[in-house]
Design a protein around this ligand. Structure first.
Ligand code: WTA
Length: 650
């Protein structure tokens, strides 16, 4: 372990933000307006009167008709801003083209091969209106579902915003999924129209998406039309009467389109996410509260100012992209960077080069990406001037302190606080997160966002202050999901039945003596070894903190005596080779970091770990392998060959 990290873990050092950063922050200015002196007072006041807090922020948006109630809460059903008439696209675009932001850049888009397109708010407004009119011409109206199966090209946000403008419900399917996954989701949502692309680039290769889609279209009986974006120029077959080119169907359309006047609680989108069973859950978000919650968190957590360049380097196919590439930044009137391709293509400095080229001020990514770049080494970011950065962000999984320190030092130049934001597809917005005015501890997501009451409870639902437990949320928040699409029963069963009235996140967490939250991972990633609750994420973090380890995956193997044994697979950094001695060192290392009980019974060295296309390690597959069970469906894996690789671990 580096001596710096070593010192850090021992000291439990706090990283306070600079006075300048605090003074200039949106949250500080907002607090001053209300005579609130510090963070603790803010939390107290917001906890005391959540409706005051959200009412004040909702008023910053434009309502066609004001709401009559801020919140109606009949657990587990919440209504926010009920009685209000609203449209999220109107707030993201129409509201700005009436102001000086008309000619402000909304998106700086960069293709994988380097071409750049800049779209202003007005450009985007016109494109969205034309697409919205095109959808209406195909018979799509309020409440109809539209499937969007597009890569990271500008037509993706345009399509989403166009659906929302006319009150249709979009369901984006990540373009890295196989067409079967698209078919399953399109059928669940009973979509009328789908939007896809001829092909797109990934690592210089063209992925022929339309051709893949053609194989499953007959299996989607509700589908009437398919709109195809021309992007890669690869040959496709168009079925007359059913398929239309995006350009053909939009270019003759009117450039104005009146927004559908929606109820605050009307559905905006369905986004499918994985659950404990194999069937994806159709998480439903709505117009009003979702807009207010995502807008507020982007403004206060990432502190976006009008002159900032914001880059959320996620894929729009996930909730992070829905909330923080599309809706929240546009509602704020921000300028966002959007990138089509792989982060390490053609070289491991692609992201750092783009930060320099565009002068990015706030950058948001996932720990898996950070660890990948750690593996390449700091020589890559060192080639670039990253001094435009003011704040960094992390999301998606627990960030191990070593990756946190690397990110802080080599990307943030020791100047940029890291907003480690905990949230989920279901929560829509950040729920447990630092603010630019809070001190940080590497690996902790700090504290609940103002008004949010989060807690850690034992199996009986009682608050606990020692050790890990179930992470629950005790009060509603505006951008919470409202249901699972046509599966109200599963909504109640999966999230609200274990502890009635409390939202069960499915994560395990611990709260320290300062009230800081430490997310330990998913419940099903938690092992019980000889009566000790051990988070796979913690063991992984310990393994990864060893200088020679790049990545680690830890799963449990049932054991008659211990309950479970810890099995681990690791990849090594460049220049290091597997050896029995290294295995021994790693066991000793984990023993030292967490305790003997956490030392893995088995360590296997592999070239690559099986991962989803969003970069998450697929433990389900590793677990099945370790137990000698069938690995099941691996179509959503980015690297199916890694599964075989587990058999040949050294
Ligand atoms: C995990 C992504 C630790 C967690 C926005 C959660 C995190 C799941 C963090 C949701 C974080 C997300 N620290 N773990 N900062 N953020 N997670 O639905 O297990 O794709 O339940 O939403 O990711 O993943 P989802």
């Amino acid at each position: 372990m580096s001596s710096e990290l070593d010192a850090l873990l021992r000291e439990n050092r706090l990283f306070p933000p600079s006075e300048d950063l605090i003074k200039a922050s949106n949250i500080q200015k907002w607090m001053e307006r209300y005579g609130i002196n510090d963070y603790d007072q803010l939390i107290m006041r917001a906890q005391d009167d959540p409706e005051w807090f959200w009412d004040e922020l909702a008023r910053e948006l434009e309502w066609f008709q004001p709401y009559t109630d801020v919140l109606k809460w009949d657990p587990p059903h919440a209504e926010w801003f009920s009685g209000g008439k609203f449209n999220i696209t109107y707030n993201a675009l129409d509201r700005h083209v009436k102001t000086w932001r008309k000619n402000k850049v909304a998106y700086i888009w960069e293709g994988e091969s380097g071409q750049v397109v800049k779209l202003t708010y007005h450009d985007l407004y016109v494109r969205v209106n034309q697409m919205a009119n095109a959808l209406r011409s195909l018979g799509v109206g309020k409440g109809d579902r539209v499937s969007i199966y597009l890569p990271m090209i500008l037509e993706l946000p345009v399509a989403m915003l166009a659906c929302a403008k006319i009150g249709a419900v979009h369901s984006v399917v990540f373009s890295g999924f196989w067409a079967k996954a698209f078919q399953e989701r399109a059928n669940d949502a009973q979509v009328k129209v789908a939007i896809t692309v001829d092909g797109f680039y990934r690592r210089g290769k063209v992925i022929p998406l339309k051709e893949n889609v053609d194989e499953v279209l007959d299996g989607i009986p509700s589908l009437k039309h398919l709109i195809v974006v021309q992007h890669a120029g690869c040959p496709v077959q168009m079925k007359s009467g059913r398929d239309f080119w995006w350009d053909d169907i939009t270019q003759e359309q009117e450039k104005e389109c009146a927004a559908e006047v929606m109820d605050s609680e009307d559905p905006l989108f369905i986004l499918y996410t994985s659950g404990t069973t194999g069937k994806p859950k159709g998480v439903v978000h709505i117009h009003g509260g979702y807009a207010v919650g995502t807008y507020t968190t982007l403004k206060f957590v990432f502190d976006i100012k009008d002159e900032d360049i914001w880059w959320c380097a996620a894929d729009i196919g996930w909730i992070t992209g829905h909330s923080y590439i599309v809706y929240a930044p546009l509602i704020m009137g921000a300028t966002s960077v959007m990138y089509e391709g792989a982060p390490n293509y053609p070289q491991p400095d692609r992201l750092w080069k783009m930060i320099e080229d565009y002068g990015v001020n706030v950058f948001y990514t996932a720990p898996t990406t950070i660890r990948m770049f750690m593996k390449y080494g700091e020589k890559w970011p060192q080639k670039h001037d990253l001094t435009s950065l003011r704040l960094l962000g992390s999301v998606g999984e627990p960030i191990n302190p070593e990756a946190w320190i690397w990110y802080h030092k080599h990307i943030g130049n020791r100047q940029c606080p890291i907003m480690d934001t905990w949230w989920q597809t279901e929560t829509g917005m950040h729920l447990i997160t630092p603010l630019p005015i809070t001190s940080l501890k590497p690996g902790s997501t700090v504290k609940p966002f103002p008004t949010v009451k989060a807690d850690v409870v034992d199996d009986a639902g009682e608050s606990i202050t020692e050790g890990g437990g179930h992470l629950v949320i005790k009060t509603p928040w505006p951008s919470m999901f409202r249901t699972l699409y046509h599966d109200q029963e599963r909504y109640v069963e999966a999230y609200w039945s274990r502890f009635p009235g409390l939202y069960l996140s499915g994560d395990v967490a611990r709260v320290d003596q300062d009230g800081y939250f430490w997310i330990q991972g998913r419940e099903d990633d938690v092992l019980n070894v000889a009566g000790h609750r051990i988070s796979t994420a913690e063991v992984e973090s310990a393994l990864v903190s060893h200088v020679k380890v790049a990545e680690a995956a830890v799963v449990g193997k049932p054991d008659q005596i211990k309950g479970e044994e810890i099995f681990s697979y690791v990849t090594l950094k460049e220049g290091y080779n597997p050896s029995p001695k290294l295995k021994h060192h790693l066991r000793e290392h984990v023993r030292k970091e967490i305790g003997p009980v956490a030392s893995p019974a088995y360590i296997g060295f592999v070239e690559d770990l099986p991962k989803t296309r969003s970069g998450k390690i697929m433990r389900r597959v590793i677990k099945a392998k370790v137990k000698g069970e069938d690995v099941g469906d691996i179509t959503t894996l980015a690297n199916p060959e890694a599964v075989e690789g587990l058999d040949h671990a050294l």
